[in-house]
Design a protein around this ligand. Structure first.
Ligand SMILES: [Zn+2]
Length: 472
């Protein structure tokens, strides 16, 4: 097929050439389930959902695998420190699996609202300990790993291709790894395949090297090849995963004799008002809060209005412009449908269809594909004004196929629109309350706050103005 994707490993666009003709095997790194899903979790799944939908539209059978990390992703450089899941469990006095379960489902609820279809397989790291031990054994046998006191490390010096994915030279590979006082690693670049469990470590399993747990990178090499074969079509993840995570995944798999992924696809980061989102600085937007104010499918539409390899910003005005644009498309669609025409024998949008396909085939250029939909809307609106209901009917069919089918954005707002409406009306009411406060009419301001509280909307006055959230 004519699809080309930008490959991080070879640093160029490569044709999509499936291992098994007619089928596509795709893997991408999913969430670590130890906190509420936030905006940073949304882009990758949306992009890969669109890739899957486009391949299916083009007649391929797609198997999409996304892992869920529920052990082994550690606080520091993935080798040292406390496991994030275990730490959270200690804080909340829950079993680690209880924490993982809670955020696992919160994640999938949020993805469902974004109209992200469930992956074909969702393997969890804790469910593949046996396979991870097997790969560790294989790497030891091949002489690219060594054991120290119950832990097993990958020996980077024994694998000369290390660095090929990220393009980092050995010096840069050391950057970011923690300098330890008394390291048992032979080289600071070496990474853990298996870690000995210290006393009190909650998540641990028996292994040939004693009680321990797998290193974070290991699960993806194991689970991708288990469900897709030793060679598969696409491996994806956020740009922040290229090093060290994907570099290590690739080294582990190839050093064990597996060809691994044909194409590496990485999506860029999201920024918030131009600033990088950071969980540690509290500079994130939780999806649950965002969806109280905005139609999640409009958020999806906004994500697709930037190309996946460029930065996407979530400034309020950018999001608002996407929401308004989608509203225009949906209003047009509704009017074409209401006209009740029949689709003509000759499609008046043959050229638009070709341009949409060309945009998608060009490394999933969704902003250009969306621009084609706006062109179609203008043309169909003009046609409808002259009473040409057949062209309007053709536009209905095209929107259902491309906007809904391929981009995964429903052509009708549905119930999600209610949330958006509620958000808009509440903001309006709070503006009126703010005006009352300015005129020192505090009894009106308080009455508005109390009435909103009765409706389950809690208002908080902060130095940045009033904020609101829904209770229950
Ligand atoms: Zn991974």
């Amino acid at each position: 097929m004519p699809l080309v994707l930008y490959d991080t490993l070879t640093r160029r666009k490569v044709p999509f050439d499936p291992v098994v003709p007619g089928r596509a095997g795709i893997y991408f790194c999913g969430p670590t389930v130890y906190s509420e899903p936030h905006l940073g979790h949304a882009r990758g799944p949306v992009v890969f959902d669109v890739l899957r939908r486009w391949l299916e539209h083009e007649g391929l059978a797609v198997r999409l695998v996304m892992n869920v990390t529920d052990v082994g992703h550690l606080t520091d450089d993935a080798d040292d420190g406390e496991d994030k899941l275990a730490r959270r469990a200690a804080l909340e006095r829950l079993e680690p699996m209880e924490v993982a379960e809670k955020y696992f489902w919160a994640y999938f609820e949020a993805m469902a609202k974004l109209h992200v279809r469930r992956p074909s397989v969702v393997p969890r790291a804790t469910g593949h300990i046996v396979e991870q031990i097997e790969l560790t054994k294989a790497l030891l046998e091949r002489g690219v790993a060594y054991e120290v006191d119950g832990s097993v490390y990958f020996d980077v010096s024994a694998w000369s291709a290390y660095g090929e994915l990220s393009g980092r030279d050995p010096e840069e590979q050391v950057e970011g790894t923690r300098v330890e006082v008394r390291s048992e690693k032979r080289d600071p670049r070496d990474f853990a395949l298996w870690k000995r469990a210290e006393k009190g470590h909650l998540m641990r399993w028996p292994s040939p090297w004693g009680l321990g747990f797998p290193g974070w990178h290991l699960e993806c090499s194991v689970m991708s090849t288990k469900y897709l074969g030793d060679e598969f079509d696409v491996h994806g993840g956020g740009l922040d995963l290229v090093f060290p995570h994907h570099e290590c995944e690739l080294a582990q798999a190839r050093a064990a004799g597996k060809p691994f992924a044909r194409v590496w696809v990485h999506w860029n980061m999201l920024t918030l008002d131009g600033e990088k989102m950071s969980k540690s600085k509290g500079h994130v937007v939780e999806l649950a809060a965002l969806f109280e104010r905005h139609d999640p499918t409009a958020v999806r539409f906004h994500l697709l209005r930037s190309h996946y390899r460029s930065l996407s910003d979530f400034a309020d005005d950018a999001l608002t412009s996407s929401i308004q644009g989608l509203r225009r498309l949906r209003a047009a669609y509704a009017s074409w449908r209401a006209a009740g025409g029949r689709v003509p024998d000759v499609d008046p949008f043959g050229d638009a269809r070709a341009r949409f396909a060309a945009a998608m085939d060009d490394d999933l250029h969704t902003p250009e594909a969306i621009a084609v939909l706006f062109d179609v809307a203008r043309e169909a609106n003009r046609a409808l004004e002259t009473g040409d209901v057949a062209t309007a009917a053709a536009a209905v069919a095209l929107f259902e196929e491309f906007l809904h089918g391929v981009l995964g954005v429903p052509c009708e707002a549905g119930a999600a629109h209610d949330a958006e409406l509620l958000g808009g009306v509440t903001d309006l009411v709070l503006e009126a309350r703010q005006a009352a406060r300015k005129q020192r009419d505090f009894s009106t301001a308080d009455a508005i706050r109390d009435r909103l509280a009765e409706l389950g909307i809690v208002v908080e006055d902060t130095t940045d103005g009033a904020r609101w959230r829904r209770e229950g």
